[in-house]
Design a protein around this ligand. Structure first.
Ligand code: HPA
Length: 236
């Protein structure tokens, strides 16, 4: 009898229990998650744009927040850097927290001379030689973002008069990478591939909006401090 009670208790409490990397209560994470890489950018987004927000995740200092944007409940949870870290957080959010939509808001470098710093990019397809997908049985080197969410993002950006470049993106596991430029893509970043693979596995939605932070041909970049706050066009 004691065993049955313990089992019942652990299953019941299990609903509210944290995962290995996220210590938020299940009910404290919204169905829609905005996902910057940097925890400081998550804090900035919550402070600037959310009403009645509260801190819901503190594990590993990956501060995550849930609040309301124009009355809609959203969470802002950081992914950390790279497919490995994004892979962990987005997997747990879809699988354990029943999140439906994750929109990455991050930065990218561009391979194109004529693309300006601070330009906003809406990712169509992510191209990668990362092993992230292969390890989960997905053997393609490219994966698409959510058509449904991208259409909504395009609609919203048109309404706000914000110019968004819709493009393919190169995804890499190696930041200091001199040998792998993919000139068919507008630029490069390190998280979309794992996010889109996880969305496919769990039959959920994922999209990505990126601010151009570096021009890899012209060797120009925006500063770390500016990066923290460079989400404005991606968020409004
Ligand atoms: N490489 C990879 N990821 C990036 C870059 C870059 O140059 N800039 C912003 N994210």
């Amino acid at each position: 009898m004691l065993f049955i009670l313990c089992l019942w208790y652990s299953l019941k409490v299990g609903d509210d229990m944290s995962t290995v990397h996220i210590n938020a209560k299940k009910e404290d994470i919204a169905k829609i998650v905005i996902m910057p890489g940097d925890p400081l950018r998550a804090k900035f987004i919550a402070e600037e744009y959310l009403d009645n927000y509260k801190l819901v995740n503190t594990s590993r200092n990956m501060y995550g927040y849930t609040g309301y944007y124009k009355g809609k409940r959203v969470s802002v949870i950081p992914s950390g850097m790279g497919n490995a870290s994004m892979g962990i957080y987005s997997y747990e959010l879809y699988n354990n927290y029943d999140v439906d939509v994750i929109i990455r808001v991050g930065t990218c470098g561009t391979y194109k001379k004529d693309v300006n710093l601070y330009e906003t990019v809406l990712v169509d397809t992510s191209y990668s030689n990362s092993s992230y997908g292969k390890n989960l049985g997905y053997n393609e080197n490219h994966i698409k973002s959510s058509k449904r969410i991208n259409e909504k993002i395009e609609e919203a950006s048109n309404k706000c008069g914000i110019n968004v470049l819709k493009s393919n993106i190169h995804n890499t596991d190696t930041f200091y990478n001199k040998n792998e430029f993919n000139y068919d893509c507008l630029g490069v970043e390190m998280e979309t591939f794992a996010l889109f693979v996880n969305a496919m596995i769990f039959n959920k939605d994922a999209s990505a909006l990126l601010t151009v932070s570096d021009n890899l041909v012209l060797n120009s970049k925006i500063t770390a401090k500016e990066r923290e706050k460079s989400t404005i066009n991606m968020i409004v």
